[in-house]
Structures are given as structure tokens and as C-alpha cells.
Design a protein around this ligand. Structure first.
Ligand SMILES: [Zn+2]
Length: 296
């Protein structure tokens, strides 16, 4: 099993310059929308307008009404988006999670940026402090309360996702009770208030499998704005082997050697997570021996 080229590309970087320094300048932003060649991406919560395998670009003057957002700039192209409640059928709406694997890395970065904002705007129409309806500001990246002047910023919820290996370099994979049979993946969970990422890795593995973990190494991250997660990936060195699953968050967990996992996948007796996921990338990296487990 070789690593598909798209796995790392799809989440490891986001190519557009976000131009945050221009978000305060309403005049500058209006001029970008009025430019004769302005073209915009149309996005709704969880959906994006597609043109085959590419993001659809609609001339700014023909875009449906909605919240105007500055995504940034890639090369010479200004990246603008409009957030709507529902994308008109003739613009080719598609769920980002299914379209994402066909997009280029640059376009995937634009899509998750835009959809993350769309999801946040949908669920945060009122001031969290005083309840007054808020207004959009700073080119779509802030909501301001006209009553108490509070500024509200898009939220991101960190989650840890980790591949633990034991002293024999076997990997710990588990399956959620709701998943299709024979599907296994890395363990994951949300970070709690006041907790470091490393402690979250150790706590989640202990809660779900009773395996103790020592050293934790950062591997990479993936925005997952469905609705607002950032998946932070780690490799972890297990210091114990015995597994006791909680039966609640995890139905089964096992240690797999590289040979065993490769054979099971080849025989379609076990299914791994999708190509465009950090869990798959962690597994593929371990299969190649690139995880540097136990200080190897
Ligand atoms: Zn307020």
C-alpha cells in the first residue's frame, strides 16, 4: 500500500494569502468586488458550488445575494466568496466532504476556509454577551454587536487525533460503534478546557483503550470545519499493551503490525479512513516507517 499523493497535499497546507491586513478596509474590499474581472466562490454551510472537479467561479455581478467574504489572494487571483443559505441548483452545489478529494490543494484550502466561515455565521447570529443580533464586519471574519460593541470571532474547536505504537512498532487502531463493520481508524477526541494537546492525547487513549502513553510527537494538522474542528495529529509511544475498550466511544481496538494491516486491507477484510483525512495520513506514514516511534 503506497501513500496516495493527494493525502498530504490535501490538508498539510493552505496556499492562499489571507490578506488579513485588508479586512478592516471596507472601501478596498468594495473595490475588489467591483473589479471587472471579480469572480466569486459560492458557499453554504457544508456545501460549495462546483463546476465539474473545480470550484465554480461566478462573476461578482451575477453572484446570488449573501454575506460577502474575503478569502484572500492566490497568485494574481483575488479570492472572494459569498455565503448563502442554499446554493441554487444550477450552480452545482456539492457537499465539501465529497468534493474535497477532487479539488486541488489550493482549492481545498479555499473551500474549507469558506465553509468554516459559513458554518460559524449560521450558528452565531446573536451576541453571546447580550443577545442582540450581530452584524458582519471585517470582510466576513468578525461579527460585531451594535448594542454592547462586543466583537465575536470565528471559533475553532481543537481535537486530537493520534496513532499510538507499541515497543514492537505495532499501531493501535479502533472502531467506533456506529461505523461500518471492519472499518478501523486512529483514535481521536476533543481537547478539554485547561488541557494541553499532549495531555488530551494521553487522556483519550487511556479513556478509550486503557493503554498508557508516554512521549507524544506533533505530526501535522487538518482543518475540519464540519462544523468547526481543527484536527491536530500526533504520534504517541505506548508504554503498555493491554487493551480494555470502553465499549461506548470505541467498540473494538487492536494492535496491528504493518504486515497484518497491509494484508487485511488488501483482502478487503478491513477498511481504512478516506484518502483526504489526517487519520489516513498518520496510518500511511507509520506504514512507511516515517513516524519515529519510541525514538527509533
Ligand atoms: Zn452584545
Amino acid at each position: 500500500m503506497t501513500a496516495p499523493g493527494g493525502v498530504e497535499r490535501a490538508f498539510a497546507r493552505s496556499a492562499h494569502d489571507r490578506l488579513a491586513e485588508h479586512r478592516h478596509d471596507a472601501e478596498w474590499f468594495a473595490a475588489r468586488w467591483a473589479a471587472p474581472d471579480a469572480a466569486v466562490v459560492v458557499v453554504a454551510p457544508d456545501e460549495v458550488a462546483m463546476d465539474g472537479d473545480r470550484l465554480r467561479r461566478v462573476p461578482a455581478g451575477e453572484a446570488p445575494p449573501g454575506e460577502r467574504v474575503l478569502l484572500g489572494q492566490s497568485g494574481d487571483q483575488m479570492q472572494l466568496a459569498v455565503i448563502v443559505a442554499d446554493i441554487p441548483p444550477d450552480l452545482g452545489p456539492e457537499r465539501v466532504r465529497s468534493a474535497g478529494s477532487r479539488l486541488t490543494a489550493d482549492e481545498a484550502g479555499l473551500a474549507v476556509h469558506a465553509v468554516g466561515l459559513a458554518n460559524w455565521h449560521r450558528t452565531h447570529p446573536r451576541c453571546a454577551r447580550c443577545g442582540t443580533p450581530t452584524v458582519v464586519a471585517q470582510a466576513g471574519h468578525v461579527r460585531r454587536c451594535p448594542a454592547c460593541e462586543a466583537l465575536h470571532f470565528p471559533r475553532t474547536d481543537p481535537a486530537v487525533i493520534m496513532l499510538a505504537t507499541d515497543a514492537a512498532d505495532r499501531a493501535l487502531l479502533g472502531r467506533h460503534p456506529s461505523w461500518a463493520p471492519r472499518r478501523y481508524s486512529t483514535l481521536a477526541g476533543f481537547v478539554e478546557p485547561g488541557e494541553t494537546l499532549e495531555d488530551a492525547v494521553r487522556r483519550e487513549i487511556a479513556e478509550e483503550t486503557a493503554v498508557r502513553v508516554g512521549t507524544v510527537r506533533y505530526a501535522g494538522s487538518q482543518p475540519w470545519p464540519f462544523p468547526s474542528s481543527l484536527m491536530v495529529g500526533f504520534f504517541a509511544d505506548a508504554e503498555s499493551d493491554e487493551i480494555r475498550v470502553d465499549g461506548n466511544e470505541i467498540a473494538d481496538a487492536r494492535w496491528f503490525s504493518r504486515e497484518e494491516l497491509s494484508e487485511l486491507v488488501a483482502a478487503q477484510a478491513l477498511f481504512l479512513p478516506g484518502i483526504v483525512s489526517i487519520s489516513r495520513w498518520l496510518i500511511e506514514t507509520w506504514l512507511r516507517g516515517g513516524h519515529q516511534g519510541h525514538d527509533s
